[in-house]
Design a protein around this ligand. Structure first.
Ligand SMILES: [Cu+2]
Length: 359
C-alpha cells in the first residue's frame, strides 16, 4: 500500500498537482458485509488491516470480452443520447421498465467490481420524454435491499417522487412499483433519476440515470448540430466510505467514451453530476463553453466559462463550437478524481475523456 501511495504521489507531481492522494483507501472497514463494490485484491489488504473478524470477501466478478464490449457500447450510446424505447400502451401511455439488480461491471482495464444498477448498465438507460406524455415507469427490485426511484428536478405527484415513507414505502426486494406521471412544462430540460434509499450507498453503487424532457415542439434554437451527454459518476472501492473511483458514463479513463466531431460543429453537451458526494469542476482544455441551462432551466444571460462547477445532483447544459482541430481532454480539474485505484499502468485515470476535432 505504501508503494502505491508513493506512486500516486509521483503521478500527481507529474501532472503538476500537489498532494492528490486518495483518502480512506485502506483504513476503513468494509462498507457492507457483502461489499458489492469491492475488488478482490484490496479486500485482502482490508482484511490484513482490520484483523480476521471480517466476513470473507466476495470474489470480484469475471466478465467476458463480449460483455465488456457491450458495456463500452452502452457508454457510447449514452454519450450519443440513445434513449430507452418505451412500450406504447393502449391509450398512448409510454411505459418504461427499470430493473435494479447486482451485476459485475468493468470500470477500467482489468478492474471488475460488483455494482448495483438499472437494466444491467451503469449509469441506467437514458429516458427521454416530451411535454404532454403520460408516462409509466415500472421498477422491479431485484436487489438484496429495499430501493426507490426519485425523479430529481421533476415536480411529479408526491406519491410518485420516490422518497421512502413520504408517503409511499420503499420497494422491497422482489417487489415492483409503478411510477406514473404526466410530463409538464415544469419538467423540461436535463434531469436525473436515482435511488432515494440509502442514497450514499445505492447511488454510488450505480443506481442512477438521466431523464431528458423535451418541449412539445422543439424551438429552432434547441435544434443542435451534435447532442452529447456525459454523466459524471463515482464509486467506492476497497470498502472506502469516500468516493475514490471516478467515471464518465460508467467508465474511468482511458476507457471512457471519446467524442469525435468535425471542425465547425456546434456541440450541445449535457453534463450531469450523478455522484452522491463530490463536486466536480469540468473543463475542456483549449475550449471555453457557454452555459445554456442549469438544472434544466435555460439561462437568460448565458455566461462563457472555462470551468463548469457542478454540485452533486446538478445538471449543466453547455454549448461550444469546435472550431479548432486537435485532441482536447474533457476532465475534472479536481486532481483527486484523475487517478484509478489499483491501476499502475496509466498515470492518468478517472473523470476524463478526449474530444477529437477532425478536419
Ligand atoms: Cu436527487
Amino acid at each position: 500500500m505504501r508503494r502505491r501511495r508513493l506512486k500516486q504521489a509521483a503521478v500527481a507531481a507529474a501532472w503538476g498537482f500537489a498532494a492528490a492522494l486518495l483518502g480512506g483507501m485502506c483504513d476503513v472497514a468494509l462498507h457492507r458485509a457483502d461489499a458489492p463494490i469491492a475488488s478482490g485484491a484490496t479486500t485482502m489488504d482490508m482484511q490484513n488491516a482490520t484483523g480476521d473478524d471480517q466476513p470473507p470477501p466476495t470474489p470480484p466478478p469475471s466478465l467476458t470480452k463480449a460483455q465488456i464490449q457491450a458495456e463500452e457500447q452502452d457508454a457510447v450510446n449514452l454519450m450519443n443520447e440513445v434513449a430507452l424505447k418505451p412500450r406504447i400502451l393502449p391509450g398512448g401511455v409510454k411505459q418504461f421498465t427499470l430493473t435494479g439488480s447486482k451485476f459485475g461491471w468493468n470500470f477500467y482495464r482489468n478492474v471488475n467490481l460488483w455494482a448495483w444498477g438499472y437494466n444491467g448498465q451503469i449509469p441506467g438507460p437514458l429516458i427521454r420524454v416530451q411535454v404532454g406524455d403520460r408516462v409509466e415507469i415500472v421498477v422491479h427490485n431485484d436487489l438484496p435491499e429495499p430501493t426507490t426511484v426519485h425523479w430529481h428536478g421533476l415536480a411529479v405527484p408526491n406519491a410518485m417522487d420516490g422518497v421512502p415513507g413520504f408517503p409511499e414505502p420503499a420497494i422491497q426486494p422482489g417487489g415492483t412499483f409503478v411510477y406514473r406521471f404526466t410530463v409538464t412544462s415544469q419538467m423540461i430540460g436535463t434531469h436525473w433519476y436515482h435511488s432515494h434509499y440509502d442514497d450514499d450507498y445505492q447511488v454510488d453503487a450505480g443506481l442512477n440515470g438521466v431523464i431528458i424532457v423535451d418541449p412539445k415542439t422543439v424551438p429552432p434554437s434547441m435544434r443542435h448540430v451534435r447532442d452529447v451527454l456525459f454523466v459524471l459518476g463515482a464509486g467506492k472501492q476497497d470498502g472506502s466510505d469516500n468516493e475514490n473511483t471516478f467515471l464518465i458514463n460508467g467508465k474511468a479513463y482511458p476507457d471512457t467514451p471519446q467524442l469525435t466531431v468535425k471542425r465547425g460543429t456546434t456541440v450541445y453537451l449535457r453534463i450531469v453530476n450523478a455522484c452522491a458526494e463530490t463536486f466536480h469542476a469540468m473543463t475542456i482544455d483549449g475550449y471555453d463553453v457557454k452555459i445554456v441551462a442549469e438544472d434544466g432551466q435555460p439561462q437568460p444571460d448565458p455566461q462563457t466559462v472555462s470551468v463548469v462547477s457542478i454540485a452533486p445532483s446538478e445538471t449543466v447544459d453547455v454549448e461550444f463550437t469546435a472550431n479548432r482541430t486537435g485532441t482536447f481532454p474533457f476532465h475534472d480539474t479536481v486532481a483527486s478524481s484523475l487517478i484509478n485505484p489499483n491501476d499502475d499502468a496509466d498515470p492518468v485515470g478517472g473523470m476524463m475523456t478526449l474530444i477529437h476535432v477532425i478536419p
